[in-house]
Design a protein around this ligand. Structure first.
Ligand SMILES: [Zn+2]
Ligand SMILES: [Zn+2]
Length: 393
């Protein structure tokens, strides 16, 4: 590896430190919702264009961007993915660079991901004479709705790519630490809707009605037995029914109840099984109670499964940056990530970047979400070192 490039992954100069902070803060101030990342996309394109990339394409799958940096020497082709959307949350707190878009917030840290990817792109583009292989930077819309990855892949962003890499800043992992895990590291996320139909009627004459609320109550309880009674305790699954709506008044038997839920699993075979069982159980109970139930799988992302050898190389590169003891095993997370689609198609690795702020725990997807900005330069160095490693080995 050429010395100039190696230096980029071992130290962060003032220019890079400044770029990382500026990008992160400017992007934090203008968060946009999934597939509406127009201003964000313009910001990214302007800065990428200044690097004279070997290819720059905007408007991929809506608001996505692809930029290629080709090295002068032969090597592998590595795709670096950053997601770009915010969330429908009103930011709390008084940060100087807080969201200027009412009701929208970078409450998951995608501003951090963009800042790091932009700066890695700049540093590699400036030194492409020393670079072996090709790095493709993919800025993906709509991660939060799990809707952006698949159309970008359909648009061909994986063509010619050997390996894929991405990161997620994590507010529960101490800053300075990085977690790289071989195999499943984030869950498959399925969203589903159960529409239960009975027969409405007078609240005082249940014998002429089929009460959808009572059917729904049985289904709510029964679905939890899939986690507690039908699947192995060591194979984690989560079934959360986050929304139950039905009925109109205290003295009217509800004819319809709609339940919305999510299923999280780490194992693709278990996921297929439980999806089928949710439908069977709900439909069976509804039918047994003289009603009907319609199951609809609304959206889904498979589990995030890292390739063993690629994860080992990324962990090794990370140890070179943060030290042996700071590359930790973090329990697999039951949250979903549509980077899973990239990993289904190519060997790769998704890793967690510690970003825990000082003070009490803050969760992702909350108005209080914050990160410790020291994670920016760490993330930049780990990503740079990992990409250089994946290009060559
Ligand atoms: Zn998120
Ligand atoms: Zn996220």
């Amino acid at each position: 590896m050429a010395s100039e490039l190696r230096r980029a992954s071992t130290e962060v100069d003032a220019v890079t430190a400044n770029h990382l902070l500026t990008h992160r803060r400017e992007l934090h101030a203008v968060p946009e919702l999934s597939f509406k990342e127009f201003e964000t996309s313009r910001y990214l394109v302007e800065r990428l264009d200044a690097l004279s990339p070997d290819r720059l394409e905007a408007g991929v799958a809506g608001t996505g961007i692809v930029a290629d940096v080709k090295g002068a020497r032969p090597g592998r082709a590595v795709l670096v993915r950053a997601d770009i959307d915010g969330l429908p949350i009103q930011e709390a707190g008084e940060l100087a660079f807080r969201s200027t878009h009412r009701g929208v917030m970078h409450a998951c840290g995608h501003d951090v991901h963009m800042a790091i990817a932009l700066e890695v792109a700049r540093v590699l583009a400036e030194r492409r004479a020393e670079l072996s292989g090709m790095v493709r930077f993919v800025f993906q819309p709509a991660e939060e709705r799990a809707g952006g990855a698949a159309p970008m892949i359909e648009a061909g962003v994986l063509d010619g790519i050997d390996r894929v890499i991405g990161l997620h800043v994590w507010s529960e992992l101490p800053v300075g630490q990085v977690s790289v895990r071989a195999g499943a590291m984030m869950a498959g996320a399925d969203m589903f809707t159960l529409t239960i139909r009975g027969l409405g009627g007078h609240g005082a004459q249940p014998q002429f009605a089929v009460d959808a609320v009572v059917i729904a109550a049985q289904i709510v309880n029964a679905l939890q037995t899939l986690a507690s009674r039908e699947t192995a305790p060591a194979a984690p699954i989560v079934i959360t029914l986050g929304s139950v709506h039905g009925g109109t008044a205290a003295n009217i038997v509800a004819g319809e109840v709609v339940i919305q839920g999510t299923l999280r699993t780490l194992d693709p075979a278990l996921r297929t099984h439980v999806v089928r069982r949710i439908a069977e159980l709900a439909e069976g109970i509804a039918t047994a109670m003289r009603g009907h139930c319609e199951f609809k799988l609304e959206s889904a992302a498979p589990p995030v499964i890292n390739d063993g050898p690629v994860a080992a190389m990324v962990a090794d590169a990370a140890r070179g940056v943060v030290g042996e003891g700071a590359v930790v095993a973090f329990e697999p997370l039951m949250v979903g990530e549509d980077f899973a689609y990239f990993l289904q198609a190519r060997p790769g690795c998704f890793f967690l970047l510690g970003g825990a702020p000082e003070g009490p725990r803050v969760g992702h997807h909350t108005p209080e979400f914050r990160i410790d900005e020291r994670c920016l330069s760490i993330g930049f160095r780990v990503m740079t070192a990992a990409v250089l490693r994946l290009l060559q080995d």
